[in-house]
Design a protein. Structure first.
Length: 73
């Protein structure tokens, strides 16, 4: 019979958390890109300036994604 000394515990917490974070950020990037495209498609076009100004950014540390324009509409 084996005792507890023969059991080896390996902690993969960091690797699992990193894999989860990577998937979250990839999903946010995909969703934000799609929302940016929709915003561009749905924006009113006079000069096209607003339409082309929409951008997205994924912030890994939050995690969050922002979609917007720096042009006053």
């Amino acid at each position: 019979m084996h005792g507890m000394a023969d059991v080896i515990f390996e902690d993969y917490t960091i690797q699992v958390q990193n894999a989860i974070d990577d998937k979250i950020n990839a999903t946010l990037e995909e969703c934000a890109g799609e929302l940016e495209s929709q915003a561009k498609r749905n924006s009113r076009v006079d000069t096209g300036k607003t339409k082309s100004s929409f951008q997205h950014k994924v912030v890994d540390s939050e995690p969050a994604a922002y979609i917007g324009s720096n042009v006053e509409y």
